[in-house]
Design a protein around this ligand. Structure first.
Ligand code: GRG
Length: 292
């Protein structure tokens, strides 16, 4: 039977949602507001792309799915923390995310900051239980000042200083802000799955780099061409905030071609895995038709 991406995604999203529910602190714990705010944002929706990548990368190297669940959920917690903080008035000041009010709109700024902090620290508590130092290092570098935070800071500074519209700056921002956690998802899935050979990790690394870039380019395009109801957030905000984006620098058609090229390059890297690569290849190809 052929591979069906829609049913694969639905099955994986359900598996991950069960894991997130299992690992998150329960609302009965005191003080209940923090668990509530964490749960509110984690279960606000979301495609679960990063944890799906963790599981798929684990499987491509022959690993066991159950062992990868804590890693997959930790990465979704880190991702959710970044969204909560990114939406705060001090950053993007967004009221709607994933189609519903953002965390600070519901719980106030102080609790939203703390819910983000709690998700980040809690992710590392879970990761510590995996007893794999390489894994912790990979994910902390990707989410810290040499990864996602560096990208976010460069992005904020670029918005303030509109003079630099270089391709290098655009690449730096995306590579770190979005690419780093996506890459960490794929690599940590490989590590927890027991990837032994340098060749396997290098293949996953190149796949993840091209996937991350294609993801960001298509995200920039969706901000121009997407639909509010499908995206669950306002469109046109990049233009309004004069953000440095692929369509701004390259135009929409060239950006689409760049997304396609990166998807093809991502997939080319997985040839060494044979048929086992089908899910990761389908995930990359789906970026070209994503609506959210
Ligand atoms: C606040 C430390 C800190 C970092 C923020 C990731 C990030 C850095 C900000 C999020 C804002 C943003 C639009 C980033 C680009 C990456 C991106 C497209 C995130 C949205 O990821 P999806 O599409 O979201 O996977 P869902 O809702 O599906 O989980």
């Amino acid at each position: 039977m052929g591979f069906n991406l829609n049913s694969y995604m639905a099955e994986r999203q359900e598996l991950i949602n069960r894991g997130l529910d299992k690992y998150l602190p329960i609302e009965g714990d005191y003080p209940k507001e923090i668990a509530e705010a964490m749960r509110y944002s984690v279960f606000a929706g979301g495609k679960r792309i990063r944890p799906i990548l963790v599981l798929a990368a684990c499987e491509i190297v022959g690993g066991n799915l159950q062992n990868a669940m804590k890693v997959a959920c930790s990465i979704e917690f880190i991702h959710t923390y970044s969204l909560i903080h990114d939406d705060l008035p001090a950053m993007d000041d967004d009221d709607i995310r994933r189609g519903i009010p953002t965390c600070h709109i519901i719980y106030g700024e102080a609790l939203a900051i703390l819910a983000g902090d709690a998700l980040l620290t809690y992710a590392f508590e879970l990761l510590a239980e995996c007893n794999n130092v390489d894994l912790i290092k990979e994910i902390s570098i990707a989410s810290g000042p040499k990864g996602m935070i560096a990208g976010q800071v460069a992005d904020i500074l670029a918005e303030r200083n509109q003079n630099d519209k270089s391709k290098e700056l655009l690449e730096y921002i995306h590579h770190n802000k979005t690419g780093a956690l996506i890459k960490a998802s794929v690599i940590s899935g490989g590590l927890i799955g027991g990837a032994m050979h340098k060749q396997q990790l290098q293949a996953l690394n190149s796949y993840a780099n091209h996937f991350g870039l294609a993801f960001q380019i298509t995200d920039d395009i969706l901000d121009l061409e997407g639909d509010f109801a499908e995206l669950g957030k306002k469109i046109g905000s990049d233009e309004k905030n004069q953000k440095l984006t692929y369509p701004l620098l390259y135009g929409i058609e060239k950006s689409k071609k760049m997304a396609l090229d990166n998807v093809n390059l991502a997939c080319d890297n997985l040839k060494i895995f044979g048929d086992k690569a089908v899910p990761l290849i389908s995930l990359a190809k789906s970026l070209l038709t994503r609506r959210s």
